[in-house]
Design a protein around this ligand. Sequence first.
Ligand SMILES: Nc1ncnc2c1ncn2[C@@H]1O[C@H](COP(=O)(O)OP(=O)(O)OP(=O)(O)O)[C@@H](O)[C@H]1O
Ligand SMILES: [Mg+2]
Length: 465
Amino acid sequence: MNKRLLIIEDDVKNSESLAKHFTKKHWHVDIVDSLTLVKDHLMDDDFCPDVILADLDVSANEMFKNSDELQKVTNFSEWIFTHDPEKDINVDEIDDLAYDILEKPIKHSRLEVAVNRAHRLATINRRLIKSSNTKKQLYQVDSYLGQSEAAKHVRETLSVLAEAPISAVTIVGETGSGKGLAARIIHHCGLNSDGPLIELNCAALPKELLESQLFGHEKGAFTGANERFRGLFEQAHGGTLFLDEIGDMDLDLQAKLLKALEDKKARRIGGEREISFDVQIIAATGVDLGEAMHKGEFRDDLYHRLNVFCVSLPSLSQRKEDLVELVPNIIKEYNSKANKHVTVVTDEVWEQLFNYSWPGNIRELRNVIERSVLLSKDEVLPAKWLQLTETCDIQKEQSNRYQSKNSITIHLDGSMNLDEMDSFIIQTALEQNDYNVSQTSDILGTTRETLRYRIQKYNLKDKVS
Ligand SMILES: Nc1ncnc2c1ncn2[C@@H]1O[C@H](COP(=O)(O)OP(=O)(O)OP(=O)(O)O)[C@@H](O)[C@H]1O
Ligand SMILES: [Mg+2]
């Protein structure tokens, strides 16, 4: 196995003894005795240690001065520092770079545990970077399909955004209209594409959890904070933070978010120092933020901060001519996933597809085509599985036919996909509980926040206060 360890140590006796220990454990070990040599080594593309074990007593000051630069060139490696606690070294300065900081003397066995852990993390990070390269190929501007003027305009906008260092972008559009897709295209084609893309759904988490996810927390900052957690701003450093469903963020937290964006730094919960970050923000919303702002539900200063550039995605009903490109593409995708051979779309099917209003946009289209391809018997896309009755009609009909207090019956006959079942269960449970969200969330064994998120997602809001 090709595990590679770099030791920075000027005490030859110590470095040789470490090298002997780790070589026995199947590590390839390199030793250098000064930081200058390390920098030369690290500039070489072929030299890529998994773990770097550095003695701070050798060159602490130089390390501190260069920690930013070292972080950049050792993107693929994890650092473990050792130091003599008797010497006056401020290890906090190296904290951001360090996987671990250990006090000397340390037994080889203890060091080995830390090195192995750091190796596991380095391996995961490398895998993530590899998968990000695959994603780069997947999320090109052309992956946003459609030949309508509206779709072409979206692609032009995405291309412009990919080349401009814009600090914040807002994407607006109905559910299923491609906000997530557009965000990934902006990141993977953009100037920050070598950095991470971190996604957070603001509607899916309760306020406190959302705050600690965004800003991180120190060990012991609150009950349950058993470990230190690097917030998503920190994790997204050099890349993009995608805040989905931003319209659902609590007002207090909006203020904290704005401050962090303005200052480009934030404090972890329970933390003492501020940590700087450089991230592009993409915020997505299905609700009209302008209207939310007028109603006092969204801060206007945050609105303007996020709205440096706004991408507005058309709904599928506004660009139905794009069905001609979308449908064959989605059929092809599911043919290959399910080993089917659908190639024919009859006039009857096209007519139904064009006459439908597509409230769930492309996501709904994908579900309908998926179902039809999976249930196809030959090369013709079967009209009978399209089932394009407006969703609320199906739900009402099912709800009347099958519901009785405390039970919900769903017929597994292929007429609903998982999302529709989820929506149906929630709608029925709400009806059975007089639209009381607390009571319904108890019965469904979930939290109120999650239920509210889903109510919004499935557009079941009308009767819920
Ligand atoms: N123009 C497009 N071309 C091809 N595929 C698309 C297009 N727009 C959306 N899709 C696909 O449709 C599906 C739904 O899109 P996405 O998840 O991005 O929507 P969304 O606006 O984020 O929805 P929600 O508001 O529910 O989060 C995804 O599989 C996405 O890849
Ligand atoms: Mg989305």
